[in-house]
Design a protein around this ligand. Sequence first.
Ligand SMILES: Cc1ncc(COP(=O)(O)O)c(C=O)c1O
Length: 386
Amino acid sequence: MGQWLEPSRRSDVPPFMVMDVMAAAARIEAAGGHVIHMEVGQPAAGAPSTAIAAAHAALEAGRIDYTSALGIPSLRERIARHYRDAYGCDVSPDRIVVTTGSSGGFILAFLSMFEPGDRVAVTVPGYPPYRHILTALGCEPVLIETTNETRHALTGEALLAAHRKAPLKGVLVGSPANPTGTMMSREALAGLMEAAEDAGIRFISDEIYHGLDYAFPAVTAAALSEHALVINSFSKYFCMTGWRVGWMVVPEILVRPIERLQQNLSISVPSLSQIAAEAAFDGAAEMEAIKHGYQENRRILIEGLPKAGLAKFLPADGAFYLYADVSDFTSDSFEFAKQMLEQARVAATPGLDFDPVHGRSFIRFSYARSPGEMREAVDRIAHWLK
Ligand SMILES: Cc1ncc(COP(=O)(O)O)c(C=O)c1O
């Protein structure tokens, strides 16, 4: 093999361990076993019927062309209206950028805000691609641990302590969070944003799980500062994972740089998905019914898991995740997840994906499927742990 075929060092990002759990579950199913899937962070339901009807109509009507790089204007306006309706917050459509899922948003956000070598704080436990995308783009992710004492919210104090050790250029937080399911209160978010802004640290808020809040209403960073960059998506609340469409609210000064980046990187976000996404807002009643299903799932797990033996977990405030401490049973959550899958036929994700240090003590359950499956999962776990 010639040296010239060596992959770049920046492409050497870690894989997602959950994929191994999914592959093991698929093998059990291929052999006729019945697995309850609580490993994947994906809604069981499909896109709202309004979105599907709009996509059908667009296909019937003719060509699917490129759109402008920032997105279809009527979709950008509809998203701006969503900020008024959902949060009572005025956001100009000019500051809305449509993206290829929130994943596409991270790339545009990081490229437009940071230089190679910049240090950007992210929390652990946390969504792994935050740090892996930063690394691939030549930035340095700085991991800050969150703890039970603050409901796993990053505090201004912890941020500034890291900044004093070596200066940070940015910070990214998510609320409701993956994998913890915890949320930041308005005070916690506002306090952190103020600390970041005073220290000149750029703020990114991943709001992909907004709409799926149970403990208290989620607050958008867009309502607290025009300098924050907000990332959101149609994947979770609107159940449109495979459509690959999301959006950002960006500080005015970044609109044109992001437009230029998107023109060059992808020309535009898939048109059909943008058309469907705009119509998804008309499917709110359907989506609220799905949310009520998650609420019921959450209730079943919060009541059932302690009786089944898993009594320690973080406050399940939002999203569709419950992060359980399994340290009473194991010091290797990967092995625990493997055995739970093989013996109880319940698939969940080992915490190591989200936290290289304490993840050995945790398992993430996703509760985006039916209440019947949640009850069955609790029964199976209870039986297995006896
Ligand atoms: C916290 C968080 N952010 C972003 C994403 C990416 O989602 P998408 O690119 O589908 O919008 C996910 C997906 O699971 C997630 O959990």
